[in-house]
Structures are given as C-alpha cells and as structure tokens.
Design a protein around this ligand. Structure first.
Ligand code: AR6
Ligand code: MG
Length: 345
C-alpha cells in the first residue's frame, strides 16, 4: 500500500529524477565514455552530492523545459488540450530556444507559430515526409502524465500520452516509446519500495501492455510490429544473465541514441539493473547508481538518464536522493512545486 506521504515523495522523486538525469547527463551527451570519462563522471557526481557550493548550477535542457510545459498544461484551470500544449511548447521554445532541442522538432514549433496554432497536429504529421518523428522527445517529457493518471485506468494514461505525443511526434515508435516510459513510471508509483521488487513481474506487465499496443492486422506489412516487445525481451535476457550485460552488449541490443526505440527500453533497463530485487540486497545508492550507469552508457545521456531516473525516483521517492544533488540542479524548487501541485489535483 502506498500512503499519501509516500506518494508525495514518489511524485517529487519522479520529477526530480527527470530533472537530475537531464542536468547531470547533458555535459556528457555524445561523448565517448572510456574509463577516463567514467572516472570524470563519478567525480562529477560525487562533487554534486557533496557539500553545497553556490552557482554555477547544472542547467537543464529541452527534456526539462518540455516536461514543465506538460505539467503546466495538465495543471491549467481549463484542463489539458493539445492546442494548449502546443501553445505552451511554442511559448517556451521562443522564450528560451538554446536548450538543445531535437534538430527537427524546432520546425514543428516554427510552423505552429506561423499558423497561429490553427492546426495543432498538422506540423507534427508532416515531419519526415509524413512519417512523423520517432525521436525520444515525446517519451522524455511524459513523467507528469503518469503522475496525473496515477489513480486512473491504464487506458486513460495511454490515450492521454497518445494525444500529448502527437503534438510533436506522430510516428508509432515515437508514441509507443512515450507510452512505455509512462507505464514504467506508473507501475513504479504503485509499488512499495519497502517490499521486494519482482523484476520478472514488472517486465511481464510492461510486455503485456506493449503487446496489445503493437497488435497489427498484418505483420508482413508492418516493419515495426513487435519492435518494443523485442526490446523488452532483450532486457529480460540481459537481466537474467543469459547474455552478459556488458556495455557492448547493452548498446548493441538496446541502443543509446535519440530514437525512442533505442533509448526508452535502455532507460527501463538502467533502472532494473541498478535496483536490487530483495530488500536485503537493496543499496541505499540505487538512485545514484541508476544515474551514473545511465550516463556511463554514452550517446543521448541527458535523455536516457532523465528517463531512467524518473522511473527510479517514482519507485524510491525523493527521500533517497541527495539533497545537495537536488539543489545543484536548475529550478529544482519549481520542479518540487509542480510535483506537489499534480498530487493535489
Ligand atoms: N526519419 C528519420 N530520422 C528521424 C525520424 C524519421 N521519421 N524521426 C526522428 N529522426 P526530433 P526529439 C531523427 O528532431 O525527438 C534532443 O537532444 C532525426 O535525426 O523530433 O524531440 C532531445 O533532448 C531527428 O533530428 O527531436 C532528445 O534527446 C532526430 O531523430 C533528442 O534530441 C530527433 O528527432 C530527440 O528529440
Ligand atoms: Mg536529450
């Protein structure tokens, strides 16, 4: 049973995890993570967890900028709508464009602004010759949706995530990646970290939901059918030791790039790998280990760490996160406020 005190901590943990992964991962984006870089990363995180020193704080990137937009749209007195979400994205982007946005998604913002939001879904649908974006941009900002739907039926969350993704990402892999991330967070919100974590059950629940989503009429005509199910199977093999979870194998099987298919399952794996199954083995530092491990895989470090830590934060709650680390991240107070407001809804 998750009581109100634990739930508040979990809401904060989810959004803080999202922020911290983004802020700490951003400086390592695209870097080759050899043993030297991994040492730098470890020292970097140790310093941030150490005694508080004043600014410069760690700046957040587009992941957090867009996550805040999603939260504010859900909190709007008029309620969530795709048009309002589009408006909030556009306002945020033009106020502060240098946050490392995806190369193509900025065209969506430009078209939305030019057309005065007359067709909030049109620009996203037109991306990449009409196939839509399969980047991880819809998944990286989805955490507030899982909080909003914590007590709702799963299919309500799925629908809301489909709607919010489509404002920028209409490719099925971009949307399903966001749904997978949202479902992983929702599951964690409902689990009690004072009990054992059954990873097999956790994964099979995700697999069952993804299988339903990926059902298509004719598999021969659809290259993407089973795409996420396959990734979840790979996670299972890496976790149960059938395949050595070396960095090389993890990157070959799960990936670490800006595509949702090759980053969302990686984030789920980071959480599961760094979190023990039994309370006896549970390490106080599971959250920190998830953060460090996700960044150490290289590639799209900010987004993968942001998603992995949102899941870990949803599971453990904010009490396991170093207060110094929190204070070193830009706007952590604002993020905590958003989490509390979403809980009150
Ligand atoms: N066909 C070919 N390439 C694609 C396609 C497609 N259908 N979809 C995406 N790409 P974008 P995001 C490639 O721009 O998902 C930032 O660092 C293409 O190269 O929609 O919002 C964020 O923090 C495109 O530019 O952005 C995220 O980490 C790229 O994927 C990351 O970028 C990203 O898609 C993704 O952000
Ligand atoms: Mg990113």
């Amino acid at each position: 049973m998750v009581d109100k005190v634990l739930l508040r901590s979990k809401f904060r943990g989810t959004l803080l995890g999202s922020l911290i992964g983004d802020c700490c991962g951003a400086p390592f984006e695209g870097q080759l993570m050899d043993s030297g870089s991994k040492l730098v990363l470890k020292k970097n995180l140790d310093t941030l967890e150490g005694p508080f020193f004043k600014a410069p704080y760690k700046k957040f990137t587009d992941d957090t900028a867009m996550t805040r937009c999603v939260a504010n749209t859900l909190l709007d007195p008029n309620g969530f709508s795709q048009k309002l979400l589009a408006k909030n994205f556009v306002k945020e982007y033009y106020k502060d464009p240098k946050r490392g946005y995806g190369a193509a998604v900025v065209d969506v913002f430009a078209k939305l602004r030019m057309s005065k939001l007359s067709d909030p879904l049109g620009p996203a649908q037109a991306q990449f010759g009409g196939t839509g974006s399969y980047g991880n941009g819809a998944a990286m900002r989805v955490a507030p949706m899982a909080l909003f739907c914590v007590k709702h039926e799963k299919n309500q969350l799925v629908e809301l995530v489909q709607q919010s993704s489509s404002v920028t990402h209409t490719h099925i892999l971009g949307i399903n990646g966001a749904i997978l991330q949202a479902l992983a967070i929702k599951q964690c919100l409902l689990l009690d970290p004072r009990e054992n974590l059954n990873k097999k059950v956790f994964l099979s629940s995700l697999k069952k939901d993804i299988k339903e989503l990926e059902q298509v009429n004719d598999p021969d005509l659809d290259d993407n059918c089973n795409a996420y199910e396959k990734q979840l199977n790979a996670i299972e093999q890496l976790l149960d030791g059938k395949i050595d979870p070396s960095d090389e194998n993890v990157l070959n099987m799960l990936g670490h790039n800006v595509q949702a298919l090759y980053s969302v399952p990686t984030a789920v794996f980071c959480f599961l790998k760094c979190t023990a199954e039994t309370l006896e083995d549970t390490d106080q530092n599971s959250f920190r280990n998830t953060l460090e491990y996700a960044i150490s895989l290289g590639g799209d470090t900010d987004t993968i760490a942001s998603m992995a830590c949102a899941i870990s934060g949803a599971y453990f709650g904010s009490t396991v996160i170093s207060e110094n680390l929190i204070r070193h991240c830009e706007d952590s107070e604002g993020i905590i406020k958003l989490a509390d407001q979403l809980l009150e809804l």
